[in-house]
Design a protein around this ligand. Structure first.
Ligand SMILES: *[C@@H]1O[C@H](CO)[C@@H](O)[C@H](O)[C@H]1NC(C)=O
Ligand SMILES: *[C@@H]1O[C@H](CO)[C@@H](O)[C@H](O)[C@H]1NC(C)=O
Length: 334
């Protein structure tokens, strides 16, 4: 081999090493969607979770009320907190459940907006790649479902986090259930990368309000209770970065909890279909502001200075309301 050839070889080898270390060491960034607010700078949206049951268990009644309230509030988009298709996600990209539980249910004109969706544990029991596939957007262009991503609306930034892979039980004690973990292994890397991505996205955010969305509970008086893995791994990042609100599903109820030692407020909107479990662990009312065991959904109207959360039942009745305010201008210390 002549000198020039061996130099070329070393060069190629170096290039390969550099290219691979780039793949390994470059922290990925969460995919970002921009969604402008209304002309007056406000934004309104609905939040629903735990819904896909082909209209049963009052799913259709909840959908109809979402349509009516959605029109009144002129919602800009809808957030789904996961468990989108029962019992076991989608079987494939052509699974009729996508239309039977989504397209043919949420038919009101006001709901023909983006549906930013995360996955729940039931979605992980089906074909996850199918539910994330861009093919579904061809069937219904509202559908935007990723594992983790950001929606930037100027006044609010939403951070959607894939919470199912945090829960040990699904790995250690899955019982009869089979989960689609293909993209998750090796799990420790997946979780630590995700936490880093969420932390750095929160640190980079200049939005007035920061809202994190996941399927699983952080704090809950419902059947599943708190999710210990998230309290230990995710909550410290939310507190450190002064997240205002955490919104989730998983418990099939409507719920608002506060915490004694932080301004963070928690909203569970998991009443999209089957509910009425009847197993509530009542907490201190200083923390548990509101709990409704039945079906319904949540609205959020938000401006740079005010966030108005309202829970509705299947009849469109207002069940609970919570308003948070922020000063419009930062006051500099004198
Ligand atoms: C549907 O909603 C009504 C009113 O809240 C409730 O009485 C009924 O039990 C619900 N049905 C189911 C199947 O959950
Ligand atoms: C909050 O929103 C609800 C539902 O649209 C509305 O009834 C209520 O008047 C609003 N409250 C405030 C303080 O904006």
């Amino acid at each position: 081999m002549d000198a020039a050839a061996s130099i070329r070889r070393v060069g190629l080898l170096l290039w390969v090493v550099i290219a691979f270390s780039g793949v390994i060491f470059t922290a990925a960034e969460l995919q970002r969607f921009s969604h402008p607010p209304k002309d007056d700078g406000s934004l309104s949206l609905l939040v629903v979770g735990d819904w896909g049951r082909k209209g049963e268990y009052n799913q259709s009644q909840v959908a109809a009320q979402m349509g009516i309230i959605g029109e009144k509030l002129e919602v800009d988009f809808v957030i789904s907190t996961g468990d989108n298709f029962y019992e076991r996600g989608l079987k494939g990209i052509d699974d009729p459940a996508f239309e039977e539980s989504f397209s043919k249910i949420y038919t009101a004109p006001s709901l023909q907006k983006e549906w930013y969706s995360v996955l729940g544990n039931h979605d992980y029991r089906g074909n996850v790649e199918a539910q994330l596939s861009p093919h579904l957007r061809k069937l219904d262009n509202r559908w935007i479902c990723l594992r983790s991503f950001l929606v930037d609306t100027e006044i609010v930034e939403f951070f959607f986090v894939d919470t199912t892979p945090f829960v040990d039980k699904y790995f250690n004690d899955p019982g009869e259930e089979v989960y689609d973990w293909k993209a998750i292994f090796p799990r420790p890397n997946y979780l630590s990368n995700l936490l880093n991505e969420v932390d750095s996205a929160l640190k980079d955010s200049n939005a007035k309000w920061k809202i994190v969305v996941g399927h699983h509970t952080l704090k809950s008086a419902g059947q599943h209770g708190d999710t210990q893995e998230l309290l230990h791994q995710l909550l410290p990042i939310l507190e450190e970065n002064k997240v205002d609100f955490y919104m989730n599903g998983h418990d099939h109820c409507l719920q608002h909890t506060s915490s004694m030692n932080s301004p963070l407020q928690y909203f569970t909107s998991g009443g999209g279909s089957k509910a009425w479990r009847g197993d509530i662990n009542w907490m201190d009312p200083k923390e548990l502001k509101f709990y409704y065991d039945g079906q319904g959904f949540l609205s959020l109207q938000i401006t740079p200075s005010q966030a108005n959360f309202t829970f509705f039942d299947v009849f469109g009745n207002v069940l609970h309301q919570w308003v948070s305010s922020k000063p419009l201008l930062h006051h500099s210390a004198i």
